[in-house]
Design a protein around this ligand. Sequence first.
Ligand code: SF4
Length: 343
Amino acid sequence: MTASDPTPPIVMVEHLSKTYHGRYSLADRLTGRPRSDVQAVRDVSLQIGRGEVLGLIGESGCGKSTLGRAILRLHEPSAGKVWFDGVDVTALDDAGMKAMRRRMQIIFQDPFASLNPRRTVAEIIGLPLKLHNLAKDPADLREKVMAIADKVGLNTGQLDRYPHQFSGGQRQRIGIARALISHPEFIVCDEPVSALDVSIQAQIIQLLLDLKKEMGLTYLFISHDISVIGYLSDRVAVMYLGEIVEQGPVDSVLSRPRHPYTQSLMSAVPEVDRPGHQHRVQLSGDLPSPINPPSGCKFHTRCPLAIDICRQIAPVTEKVGADHTAACHRLHENLSLLEDVPA
Ligand code: SF4
């Protein structure tokens, strides 16, 4: 999607935040200790065009999954708006949200944990049709389950078995079938291949791409693996400690990353290595706690380019190219961790 694209985005997220409130115990009250809130997602704005794959990349614990769930209102947003196909999802009542869920689905990271072990695969896949009254009768339900199972590459002769009787890759196909059976338009793919063997990962990624093309789907694809994001995304959003620090077309962001955090992620990808340069940028320390995030730029505790202002003032998001934005105080100094670290 570009600024000149006349097609309105199917998903628009405006200033979305999600805070989890810690428990405020009697001891906290007596000692005057403040409640430890976790701001998992902070002031995120993004758009996803119809038929597009937006890749969401960041380290474990940075808030990617929370953002995906908040967009679907599986976790209620604390602030901000989500628009889907022109409808303000955040303003829908329970009945409106139930109807909207048919159009917005999720594929989870851990296929085993997300499948009810007491139900057969046919029952699991067919459940959304029952919930949304989309099957005329049991025969119609069975026929639709068989059709989607076949589409995702499951053996339709094994649908009366239980999830534990399937391999990891097959279980993820079951999760995909369950997400697709109600013919949604938008899917949050929450690290759908992270728990799978590398050889199976490629099969599932190809399946998701084939289904997207065939069914006209739109994906928010969440991953901590920048190679996977680079392979299947049209656009990419880079997340650090609950905030989007860089966003734009995948070619632009991954070939010319402007934010030092994106540059550090890229430095771990073998393809960007060039002779004569040492491009590995080791980030020092761990992701800071979202309970007590750093002041100013949240990346300053690990950024090799940090200067005084970074510790005091949060940078604003600026345009750095066509449909490409980043938030860093040093964007205009043409600094790159990928180029400026000699071997
Ligand atoms: Fe690094 Fe400062 Fe830019 Fe943050 S604002 S990414 S600390 S240079």
